[in-house]
Design a protein around this ligand. Structure first.
Ligand code: SF4
Length: 439
């Protein structure tokens, strides 16, 4: 079944006998999101192939001036299809899109072009977009399903936030990852129960997650905190950022990663901005306002629960994040991560996280303007901020990337008086890695 535009539709029949492959964009979040979708009857699988050949495969099927995330996603899809593990006649792909003005809205066409070039033009590609970029008879996003997906994002954000604050300080290496695995299992089992759970139950789960992490024995120690910002894919995906989080942990730092919930609220808020600045889609304003308030209020609930039940640092409420940009960057700058990227650097600075890695994918103009381009004004207004922009592309050398981050860390250590990692620390890190590989 083809659309007028010629693309293959994902039909109702396919829902029951096709496997849908999803790219590895936000590993922890996608595990929960996919679990929700599996319980809606979709046979959906998260791709975890991360061979070093993926960028090369991607480059074989898309032009080399395409954004690096597109090259990776296409490379990962094609390697999976060619692996022989999946029947190409019973396989579909899914791509997650915000539907904004950035090139990400064209990823679907790029994927289809790459599939055709590789001889798989009959594989349907589903667009997962709240903007309804495309319609597929076998794919439906209902309101109850959206609600479940949103809470999956809140759960994953919370686990990631607390786990990051535990790992560098744990007394027994591997405790926090073990805790996270247990909680993910607990949550996926809960999601498997198809009933729509009440917000009271969801709040109970938030508290349970917080208390479980608060029970991990930690040592009191001062570590360098390093924030990660950047284009959404390279910021979160280890495939795209060469396992940046693991590298920072090995270097003895605490990773501070702004949550994905912020990106979701940002995407909703951009609709409101469009209406205010350009008078676009005024009829959607009440729904956008409702969605914005809903998300911001739920985020505030999570923040209050973290404060009430633990000593962990909560995220900054999103309305505060918005105001951090006032006088720095306009809200109309909203392609890709847009003004949020600048806001996240300011948010980290407010949280006293002065060391920041700004991850830059090749071909990303928004990132160069709102990330690299904003470094100078931010350093001028906040002289103690220590930002390093790291480029990620198919030909970038991992050693160069890591050396530049090491230099940033060494400046950070000098500024804070924290000692460099020692032989004993290295031993500890090795133990942690061993524990992680068994976890
Ligand atoms: S945000 Fe950057 S990497 Fe992502 S689609 Fe836009 S230009 Fe490409």
């Amino acid at each position: 079944m083809h659309d007028k535009k010629g693309y293959v539709k994902f039909t109702k029949q396919m829902k029951s006998d096709y496997v849908i492959l999803a790219p590895d964009m936000l590993p922890m979040h996608f595990k929960l999101i996919l679990c929700v979708l599996q319980n809606e009857g979709y046979n959906i699988e998260l791709l975890e192939n991360n061979d070093s050949s993926i960028p090369e495969t991607g480059l074989r099927y898309v032009h080399n001036d395409t954004c690096y995330p597109a090259i990776l996603v296409i490379g990962q899809f094609l390697e999976a299809i060619k692996s022989g593990k999946y029947d190409p006649n019973k396989t579909a792909l899914i791509m997650f899109q915000t539907g904004g003005g950035c090139r990400a809205s064209n990823y679907i066409s790029l994927i289809r072009k790459a599939l055709a070039k590789a001889g798989y033009e009959n594989i349907p590609v589903i667009s997962f977009s709240l903007m309804g970029l495309e319609k597929h008879p076998g794919w439906k996003l209902s309101l109850p399903l959206l609600r479940k997906l949103l809470y999956a994002v809140f759960y994953a954000d919370l686990i990631k936030l607390l786990m990051n604050q535990c790992i560098p300080y744990e007394i027994t290496p591997g405790d926090s990852v073990k805790k996270s695995d247990e909680l993910m299992k607990y949550l996926t089992n809960g999601i498997a129960d198809r009933s729509l759970i009440s917000y009271r139950e969801i709040k109970k789960n938030f508290i349970y997650i917080i208390k479980e992490f608060a029970s991990v024995p930690l040592k009191r120690e001062k570590k360098i905190k390093v924030g990660i910002v950047g284009e959404i894919f390279v910021k979160y995906s280890p495939l795209a950022n060469n396992n940046l989080e693991d590298f920072l942990l090995r270097e003895g730092a605490e990773v501070v990663l702004p949550g994905f919930v912020d990106f979701c609220i940002y995407s909703v808020y951009n609709g409101i901005v469009d209406n205010e600045l350009y008078g676009i889609n005024g009829f959607l304003k009440p729904a956008q306002k409702f969605a914005f308030d809903f998300l911001v209020n739920k985020q505030k609930d999570v923040i209050s629960l973290i404060k009430e039940h633990s000593d962990f640092d909560p995220p900054t409420p999103f309305d505060q994040v918005i105001s951090l940009c006032d006088g720095v960057i306009g809200k109309g700058v909203k392609m890709g991560e847009g003004w949020l990227l600048t806001a996240e650097m300011l948010e980290l600075n407010e949280q006293n996280v002065k060391n920041i890695v700004c991850t830059q994918p090749f071909g990303c103009l928004p990132n160069h303007i709102c990330g690299k381009g904003m470094m100078k004004p931010l350093k001028e207004s906040h002289p103690d901020i220590n930002i390093v922009a790291i480029d990620y592309d198919a030909s970038a050398s991992k050693v160069n990337q890591e050396n530049r981050i090491k230099l940033m860390l060494s400046n950070a250590r000098q500024a804070s008086g924290i000692k460099a990692i020692t032989e004993t620390d290295n031993e500890e890190i090795k133990n942690r890695e061993e524990a992680l590989s068994f976890g």
